[in-house]
Unconditional design. Structure first.
Length: 73
């Protein structure tokens, strides 16, 4: 059985940026929030690293087209 779901990097990047912004804004009011933000990003780092390296490793293959596309811009 083949898995057709892919790791949506755009969604996870936006979600992480939202969590970072909330932690940064409210850290002045509640000094414990940066600790929980650190825990969130520490766990997310290892989970995303595992997803990129082992689960969805061929999903981001550009077949060499990325460098030529960027060079034209």
């Amino acid at each position: 059985m083949e898995d057709t779901w892919y790791f949506d990097i755009g969604y996870h990047f936006a979600f992480s940026l939202t969590i970072f912004t909330i932690a940064l804004v409210f850290s002045a009011a509640v000094p414990l929030i940066p600790f929980f933000g650190f825990l969130f990003f520490a766990f997310k780092y290892f989970i995303d690293k595992y997803n990129y390296m082992y689960v969805y490793e061929t999903e981001f293959e550009s077949e060499g087209l990325l460098a030529t596309t960027v060079a034209t811009y």
